[in-house]
Design a protein around this ligand. Structure first.
Ligand code: AMZ
Length: 291
């Protein structure tokens, strides 16, 4: 489980929006590269970068800034916002981005998403953001008319291995998170999920840590900038949660496949992976083989 501090870029500055509203902007730093360095100094391994201009217009507008972050730090960088072409993915990949997030394209251009997946596989993450259960697109200004659960299941079947799910009503609000919802989402998706939206403090990280087999990571934004979340402690909490999951995998004799990706369903109930944990079936019958 990783804690990913968020750097949302709008007009070249580090901002937070409230519930994704472009009219409710707080500027936290004029220099995204300095912000990234600060997170690196605090112990971050990953950061989550959103090109908010790109998410709004459909074309990334802050790639040069992202390239400067990559040049100026050793961080692993996850990037979303306006990524709708293979050329853009290639540019980000060539620049050294570790994970590329597709949001709107998942509903607006399924063929592109499939082609991207065929070419870039594990580099990609599905970014699904929901308001009242409906998927939101185009900078969250439009509803896609698709229930979130339906799209989550679909992207799992398509072959996405990473999913970032944002609870829009909580995003930028420091409300706390609905841990159980992320467990359900991971089960539907078939792999652990990256939780986003509403993190308020270290208690949220602790709660997610309790179900860490289902949680690949957690993104925190406003709570980091407002200082209600202690990031250094957050990184330690995540490491401890990860270690606990690994220990359980070994103790309960899960197969190596499970360990690599993390199973998503009922893993620890009886110490078995059987029961169709993954939609692609990787774990079925693979339980109890290794270790
Ligand atoms: O805050 C917003 N209005 C917003 C936001 N944070 N709108 C989009 N996004 C992020 C998504 C995802 O990471 O959470 O942009 C990415 C998706 O962009 P696109 O252009 O692929 O839909």
């Amino acid at each position: 489980m990783e804690l990913l501090p968020a750097i949302d870029i709008l007009g070249g500055k580090v901002v937070r929006l409230a519930k994704g509203d472009y009219d409710a902007v707080t500027i936290y730093n004029d220099d995204p590269v300095a912000q990234a360095r600060e997170f690196e100094r605090a112990g971050a391994r990953w950061i989550h970068v959103v090109d908010l201009d790109g998410a709004r217009t459909g074309t990334p507008e802050n790639i040069e800034t992202i390239e400067r972050i990559l040049d100026g730090t050793f961080l692993k960088v996850e990037v979303g916002g306006g990524i709708r072409s293979l050329d853009t993915i290639k540019r980000l990949y060539d620049a050294g981005v570790s994970r590329v997030v597709l949001g709107t394209a998942l509903v607006a251009n399924r063929d592109f998403a499939k082609e991207a997946l065929a070419q870039y596989g594990d580099l990609l993450a599905a970014g699904i953001d929901a308001k009242d259960g409906e998927v939101a697109v185009e900078g969250w200004r439009e509803g896609a008319g698709v229930p979130a659960e339906e799209l989550i299941a679909e992207v799992g079947k398509m072959g996405f291995k990473h999913l970032i799910f944002t609870d829009i009503a909580r995003d930028g609000m420091q409300t706390g998170i609905d841990t159980q919802r992320y467990v359900e989402i991971a089960k539907i998706f078939g792999h652990p999920v990256i939780a986003s939206g509403g993190v308020a403090n270290n208690n949220d990280i602790a709660q997610l840590g309790e179900v860490a087999a289902y949680i690949e990571g957690v993104i925190a934004g406003r709570a980091v900038y407002e200082g209600t979340l202690n990031v250094a402690q957050g990184f330690e909490q995540c490491d401890a949660a990860t270690n606990k999951v690994i220990a359980r995998f070994v103790r309960d004799k899960h197969c190596g496949e499970c360990m690599g990706d993390g199973c998503a369903d009922g893993l620890f109930e009886d110490g078995a992976c059987e029961g169709g944990v993954r939609t692609d079936g990787t774990c079925e019958g693979g339980a109890r083989n290794a270790y």
